[in-house]
Design a protein around this ligand. Structure first.
Ligand code: UDX
Length: 479
């Protein structure tokens, strides 16, 4: 038995179990990491909850995509909720809580059952789990397997989460009243520009909210892991990455993951990466974009979780039509909180002439399309990185989580667009669209193209993300 274990260790590569947070954004970037590690020859087990697995099988080509990697294995785990449980965001905490209670036992059983190893696959030598699932660290430490966390939100927001306890100590939180322009003074590196309105939305409500409690423990959870894998790059968030390093010295900034993977696949002359979509992508928008003048279309999409009221929906629609711009608008199913029956004639005419509305887009292809000249986004981190890589200026209308912080950085720090933040009325929407797509388009496109160039350099050979990925792979092999 000893000899066979020694043989295994000399012959078979390390075996990494990767466990994403079961939401579209985190799943998307974590599967890109899984494929980057497959490309480097590591054996990977991707652990998905049943709900995510079912939808990926239905709407993405994950099976065929990963079948070319000999050491790849897909494993599923229940998330402890009935299949028809709505995974909408206000049930997000319920999903997390049930994952913690039900899945932590199953997670430990899976790791100790021997089910994941065979004579062609070593037992798991390293775990990479989403840093919001702190229980994975408890299990990993209990059974003695090294664990690293991946965080799929922005580093700037992660740093805000780490600093929340000190905002409470300095009495900057909780705050009452509506003066949201009051500056926040106790987040190192953000003193010059962060205001109350740029904090995560839940900071405006009572801090005993379970959401807040989850994030208040952030700073304590992460240092217990062997390392922190971050979907960002040093030219974008370097100053804030240095702040995080005071909490977690072992960081790997290897993003933008979607573009990093795409370049690696091209160098292997392999097919482009799969979309890891949980909904069916409507490809009819591509020929529609082909028929539009270059950079004339504003792409409008608010990710997989944001919802809006009927009033917001109508204000947005009037603003888009009145701006005179062409627009490709993703209205995800059930993302408007009440059905809109009657459509005002002035909207249907303008939409007919200049708009295209679909339920789910091939977003990376859309942002890379020459017809797109701007992106009205909710500032989800994947969307932000995808827009940065393609050099597309943004108008940010954040909804919750890290989006408020992200939109402040886009507008105030990186100067890649406009931060619409808390308002959504037709006059402001129209004004911002005209500003981004006409009046200030040269200014924003110039800064967006400069940042896109820096993004590309970081995952080219010798770049910061390239080198950090090499270091991550070597550290995994050394475990
Ligand atoms: C969630 C949180 O809301 C976000 O704040 C956090 O940064 C990541 O987790 P989500 O809201 O879904 O993410 O937004 P985002 O991070 O942009 O991820 C959405 C993904 O879906 C993107 O990769 C985007 O390319 C893709 N997408 C979105 C599509 O493929 N088609 C669409 O029509 C819309």
């Amino acid at each position: 038995a000893t000899i066979s274990v020694m043989d295994q260790e000399t012959v078979l590569p390390p075996h990494v179990l990767i466990f994403p947070l079961p939401l579209q954004g985190p799943v998307n970037s974590t599967i890109k990491l899984a494929e980057l590690l497959c490309l480097s020859g590591l054996h990977i087990t991707l652990l998905l909850t049943h709900h995510i697995h079912t939808r990926l099988l239905k709407y993405s080509n994950i099976q065929s995509r990963f079948s070319s990697y000999p050491g790849f294995h897909l494993e599923t785990i229940p998330d402890g909720l009935p299949e028809d449980h709505p995974r909408s965001i206000d049930r997000f905490i319920e999903v997390l809580e049930s994952l913690k209670t039900k899945s932590s036992i199953l997670f430990k059983d899976l790791l100790t059952s021997g089910k994941l190893s065979s004579d062609s696959r070593r037992p798991v030598t390293c775990i990479i789990a989403d840093g919001t699932m702190g229980y994975t660290c408890d299990v990993a430490n209990e059974i003695g397997i090294p664990i690293m966390y991946i965080r799929t939100i922005s580093v700037c927001c992660l740093w805000v989460f780490f600093c929340l306890p000190s905002l409470i100590q300095s009495r900057e939180l909780p705050f009452s009243g509506d003066d949201l322009d009051t500056p926040i003074k106790n987040i190192p590196g953000m003193e010059e520009f962060l205001r109350r309105r740029d904090l995560p939305m839940f900071c405006r409500f009572n801090l005993s909210d379970p959401n807040v409690q989850t994030y208040l423990s952030e700073g304590t959870e992460n240092p217990r892991a062997h390392g922190l894998i971050l979907n960002t790059f040093d030219d974008l968030e370097g100053p804030i990455v240095s702040q995080i390093r005071t909490f977690c010295p072992n960081l790997y900034t290897i993003g933008p993951l979607h573009a990093h993977l795409k370049l690696n696949l091209e160098s292997f002359s392999s097919s482009p990466p799969s979309s890891n979509s949980l909904w069916k992508e409507d490809m009819s928008c591509i020929p529609w974009l082909d028929s539009q003048p270059p950079k004339s279309v504003l792409y409008v999409s608010f990710g997989s979780l944001a919802v809006m009221t009927k009033e917001q929906y109508m204000e947005l629609w009037y603003g888009l039509v009145n701006s005179g711009s062409r627009f490709l608008w993703v209205i995800r199913r059930h993302s408007v909180l009440s059905d809109v029956t009657e459509i005002p004639p002035e909207l249907s005419k303008g939409t007919e002439e200049r708009g295209c509305i679909i339920e789910w887009a091939p977003q990376e292809k859309v942002l890379a399309h020459g017809g797109v000249g701007g992106f009205l986004t909710h500032s989800g981190w994947n969307a932000t990185l995808e827009s940065v890589v393609e050099g597309v200026p943004m108008i940010c209308w954040p909804y919750f989580l890290d989006q408020q912080v992200n939109s402040r950085f886009v507008g105030e720090v990186w100067k890649l667009g406009l931060d619409m933040k808390d308002t959504c009325d037709r006059v402001i929407v129209e004004k911002m669209v005209r500003e981004l797509m006409e009046e200030r388009k040269d200014e924003f496109r110039k800064s967006a193209e400069e940042m896109a160039k820096l993004a590309k350099q970081c995952f080219m050979e010798g770049g910061s993300s390239y080198c950090n990925l090499e270091r991550l792979i070597n550290d995994i092999k050394a475990m």
